[in-house]
Design a protein around this ligand. Structure first.
Ligand SMILES: Nc1ncnc2c1ncn2[C@@H]1O[C@H](COP(=O)(O)OP(=O)(O)OP(=O)(O)O)[C@@H](O)[C@H]1O
Ligand SMILES: CC(C)(CO)[C@@H](O)C(=O)[O-]
Ligand code: BAL
Length: 289
């Protein structure tokens, strides 16, 4: 299909897609809108995986805690749909909150478990249960063959993968690497909250990831310390966490660990909370010699 995507607003319409395209693969790209080049990369990747691409745009209240930025989260549906037309997206599913969570209908709540209480989950205690609940609802409505997520939200990817495995759902999960600005800042819908000086300050995130990567051959302590030193030199950026986790368990690695890790960072710049991640390998035989 090509041209403007068909915009669906009801669960009923979205649920009919799989019947209308029987025998064809459907890729789901869940988003909260305010689309940027990072989202578009997910969509281009989805296009390589399936004949039908459906992008959901829904700012899910369940994954925002009290005092978080649900109210000010950017909502730019018209502009988003225009951008998706250029990408040849087939369907946009943009439901209202009452359509997703109708009064009187019990939508099964999903639980993230222990990993949902650490890192992002420590700062946002209800976030991952709410995120999994809406992702499971989208899976249930759309019935995709494949779902595409961004590596920037590494803990989210871990938990969605875990939920798919625990339920034995026949859904593939594909992950797209983080798209960055020319100076390294990860694209994020929340970047639009940054003024010019905060935008400059936010570069502490990719700079810390670079420092971690440069020191990765020296091991866990050196890499972690190097990343934290970047933040120590930028006190206006409030570091929430910076750590190295085992991608298999999403728990912090011990000091003698060698092997693949995901570096995870969250910081508050002004009043905007940003996250970033990188995958790397820690330690090397040469590091011991
Ligand atoms: N820079 C990026 N590169 C690749 N994928 C991204 C990027 N930013 C977001 N995504 C992915 O897009 C999907 C939708 O994310 P979302 O709509 O929350 O956008 P976002 O930019 O992460 O917004 P925010 O930072 O405000 O949470 C998620 O799978 C997310 O990981
Ligand atoms: C996956 C998601 C669309 C669920 O609301 C959201 O957490 C996001 O945009 O990353
Ligand atoms: N991209 C993660 C969605 C959220 O921050 O709520």
């Amino acid at each position: 299909m090509s041209g403007a995507p068909k915009v669906l607003t009801t669960v009923r319409e979205a649920g009919q897609i799989r019947h209308a395209h029987d025998g064809h693969r459907i890729a789901l790209v869940p988003t909260m809108g305010a689309l940027h080049e990072g989202h578009l990369e997910l969509i281009r990747h989805a296009r390589t995986l399936a004949e039908v691409v459906l992008v959901s745009i829904f700012v899910n209240p369940l994954q925002f805690g009290v005092g978080e930025d649900f109210d000010r989260y950017p909502r730019t549906l018209e502009v988003d749909v225009a951008a998706l037309a250029d990408e040849g997206v087939d369907y946009v599913f943009a439901p209202s909150t009452s359509e997703m969570y109708p009064a009187g209908l019990t939508i099964p709540a999903r639980h993230a478990g222990p990993v949902g209480t650490t890192f992002e989950g420590a700062a946002r205690p209800t976030h991952f249960d709410g995120m999994l609940t809406v992702v499971a609802r989208l899976f249930d409505i759309v019935g995709p063959n494949v779902a595409v997520f961004g590596q920037k939200d590494a803990q989210q990817v871990f938990l969605v993968r875990q939920m798919i495995a625990q339920n034995d759902w026949p859904i593939e999960l594909d992950v797209v690497r983080t798209v960055r600005e020319h100076d390294g800042l990860a694209l994020s819908s929340r970047n639009r909250f940054l003024d010019e000086s905060q935008r400059g300050l936010a570069l502490v995130m990719p700079e810390a990831l670079t420092a971690i990567a440069l020191n990765a051959p020296l091991g866990v302590a050196a890499a972690r310390t190097a990343g934290r030193q970047v933040f120590a030199a930028a006190p206006l950026a409030r570091l929430d966490y910076l750590d190295l986790v085992d991608p298999k368990t999403f728990t912090a690695v011990s000091d003698d660990y060698q092997g693949p890790v995901t570096a995870v960072i969250a910081a508050v710049i002004g009043s905007t909370r940003l996250i970033d991640t990188d995958n790397l390998v820690l330690g090397s035989p040469e590091a011991d010699s």
